[in-house]
Design a protein around this ligand. Structure first.
Ligand SMILES: Nc1ncnc2c1ncn2[C@@H]1O[C@H](COP(=O)(O)OP(=O)(O)OP(=O)(O)O)[C@@H](O)[C@H]1O
Ligand SMILES: [Mg+2]
Length: 356
């Protein structure tokens, strides 16, 4: 599945830009503030209906304009279809294959996009929420029932929390039962996903690290030597005191372990970054393997904080497989060695692109 055409208008410094990318490797090259990240934002918006830099998607609208639009054409093995998004202040409209759709879930399924950027290192260094989102994005693409289970879980969780806060203990048992049921399904699905991701993670990690394979250690969100239902029952008194449910997959997390130590504690910053890149590329490879053709991977500021050797290894990796990449760099010489016949270079200046 590839993006074969893209048109963006009034997005950050892009007044109007359109281009026909390569189905494999695309390099966006230009000086600082030329609009490279803005172009990646345009593609990300098409696949996720949100920004990768700000929770306020409105901030992407070009100053002084009422709305932004991004339109794209997706081509897969069997079908091709248009997708589009319009963001006006306080309003978002998603178009998919000629229909207006309400939920971004359909878009996310139709056009999977991953972003790798310098700030991605927070995936392993930051709060657990980001790691849960990483897992959930992967499981969502693997398991058609996952979204529905997740939505039910969230609904039951919020109802149970209301009962806890209002001390309505007699009404609690059926909600506890349902929460445990969906919570266990979610944790099991995440576990299966982590297991299928691990070999891909090793394969990617091997390009940057010579040491023993990394382990993805999942934390379900409760002590799994017991059932979630028994834990929830055991914790009712503290849940009531705190006014919310302490255990369950909404508290899930994972850590990466190397030789029995959590990597977070001792890898260098550059190594952490490479490890996160390996993890994200593994997710995209797994998706490619399972769905036949992955969506696309955006890599912003590819050279940032990587030494020449690792940067070359990373770029060499992008030459494999079927995934479509959009990679930004400030200078052409950064990417020169990885230019093959499948690669396209676009020069970005003042929010405009030209094929170089
Ligand atoms: N809402 C907006 N409206 C107009 N311009 C904006 C808006 N938001 C950001 N900009 C400007 O758009 C320009 C392009 O930003 P962008 O982040 O795309 O640059 P870049 O090419 O990625 O630069 P760098 O190499 O420094 O990362 C910047 O000058 C930025 O200040
Ligand atoms: Mg940038």
């Amino acid at each position: 599945m590839s993006l074969v055409r893209i048109e963006a208008s009034d997005l950050r410094n892009i007044e109007s830009a359109s281009f026909t990318p390569s189905l494999r490797l695309n390099f966006l090259v230009g000086p600082n503030a030329s609009g490279k990240t803005s172009l990646l934002e345009a593609i990300y918006l098409l696949g996720r209906a949100r920004s990768f830099r700000t929770p306020q998607v409105n901030q992407l609208i070009r100053f002084g304009q009422p709305a932004l639009t991004v339109m794209g054409k997706i081509e897969g093995d069997e079908r091709s279809f248009p997708i589009g998004i319009r963001v006006a202040r306080g309003q978002r409209e998603i178009h998919l294959a000629g229909r207006t759709v309400q939920s971004s879930a359909e878009l996310i399924r139709a056009f999977p996009v991953l972003i790798i950027q310098p700030a991605s290192v927070t995936l392993l260094e930051g709060a657990p929420k980001q790691r849960r989102q990483f897992l959930d994005f992967g499981v969502f693409h693997e398991d058609p029932g996952y979204l529905d289970h997740w939505r039910r879980y969230v609904k039951v969780l919020s109802q149970r929390n209301i009962l806890l806060r209002e001390n309505r203990l007699r009404e609690l048992p059926p909600w506890t039962h349902e929460l445990a049921r969906y919570g266990t399904i979610i944790a099991n699905a995440r576990q299966r996903y982590a297991e299928s991701l691990e070999p891909f993670f090793w394969a990617m990690g091997k390009h940057f690290f010579s040491k023993a394979p990394f382990e993805i250690r999942l934390h379900a969100g409760w002590d799994t030597t017991k059932s979630l239902e028994s834990i929830l029952q055991q914790e009712i008194a503290t849940d009531v005191r705190q006014g919310y449910t302490q255990s369950g997959p909404h508290k899930g997390d994972f850590s990466v372990i190397l030789a029995d130590r959590p990597v977070k504690a001792y890898l260098s910053r550059g190594q952490m970054k490479l490890l996160v890149y390996a993890l994200l590329l593994a997710q995209s490879r797994l998706m490619e393997e399972r769905t036949g053709a992955a969506g696309c991977v955006l890599i912003d500021d590819v050279a940032s904080e990587l030494d020449d050797h690792n940067k070359q290894r990373l770029l060499a990796l992008l030459g494999e497989g079927q995934t479509q990449y959009f990679v930004t760099a400030t200078r052409r010489d950064i990417i020169e060695d990885s230019l093959d016949s499948d690669a396209a270079v676009f020069q970005v200046e003042h929010g405009q692109l030209t094929r170089a």
